[in-house]
Design a protein around this ligand. Sequence first.
Ligand SMILES: C[S@@+](CC[C@H](N)C(=O)[O-])C[C@H]1O[C@@H](n2cnc3c(N)ncnc32)[C@H](O)[C@@H]1O
Length: 271
Amino acid sequence: MSEQTSPTTSPTSSIFLNTDVPNLARIFDYLAGGSINYEIDRQAATAMLTIIPSLGKWVRLRRAFIQEAASQLHAAGFRQFLDFGSGMPADDHIHAFAPEARVVFSDLNPVAISYGQGLFTGQERIAYIRGDARQVEQVFAAPEVQRLIDRQQPVAIGLNAINLFLNEADNRRMAQALYAWAPAGSKVFMVFQTRADREMPAEYERFREMCRAAGLPIELHTYSQSIEMMRPWQPANIQPIVDFLALPQDFITPADETEIGLAFYAAFLEM
Ligand SMILES: C[S@@+](CC[C@H](N)C(=O)[O-])C[C@H]1O[C@@H](n2cnc3c(N)ncnc32)[C@H](O)[C@@H]1O
C-alpha cells in the first residue's frame, strides 16, 4: 500500500493497467459476474476460491447491500451520494437505485475511472473521479464534488470494501475527515466485512499474499475494530447482511464463513 500515495500520480496505475498480472479490482469484477476482466484475473480468482470458495457469493451480497441501501436512502430523501472505492461502474450501481440523486463515484483504479468517465459523459447528475480514500480532502476539493454536492444538504457516503484496503490508522483518519466535512444529517452506508476475533489460520495469510500479488494488500478487521475505527460516526443501524436483505438465516453457511470466520454486516452510521 505504501506506494499508493497520491491519487494524481498513482504509481499503481501500472498494476491496474497491466494485463500480464492479475488485478484485484478486475478479479472482484469477475467474481461479481462482470465482464471487465482477463484470463489472468480469472486464474487468480480461481486460486482465491480454493481458500474462500464462496468469495463470489460474498461479493454479490455486498453489491446487493449497495443497491438496497441506495434505494432506502433515496426513499428517505437523500439526494446526493459520495462513494469511495466504487469499483467498476456497472449499470446496477448506486445511480440506478437513487434515480433522482446526484452521485459522485470515486476510485484509485484508472481502469474503473476511465470506464466510469466514459459511461457518464454528458450525464449532468453523475460523475466518476479519481480519489484515494486515504486522501479524502482531495476528493472534497474535486470540481465534480464542488458542482454536484451541496454542503447545505445531507450526503449519503458509500464506503463499501474500502476498510479492508486501509490499515487501522488510515481508516481512522478517513472516518474523522469525512465526519468533519459531512453536512449535518449525513450518513455512511457500508458493509462491515469482518473476521473472527481469534488467531487466524494459515489460509488467511495465504489469501492476503494473493491479494498483495494482485496489487492491493488487504486486512480484515474484527466487528468491534470496524465500529471503533469509524468513530466519531455513530452506529445507526447495524445488522447481519442476511437480515438486512431478508434472506433465509441459513443463506450463509459455516463453509461460507471458512476458518477465517468471515461475516458481513449491513451498517448505517450517523453523526
Ligand atoms: C472490491 S472493490 C468494491 C467495489 C464496490 N464498492 C462494491 O462494493 O461493489 C474495491 C475497490 O476499492 C478500490 N480501492 C482500493 N483502495 C482504495 C483507496 N485507497 N482509495 C480508493 N479506492 C480504493 C479498488 O480500486 C477497488 O475498485
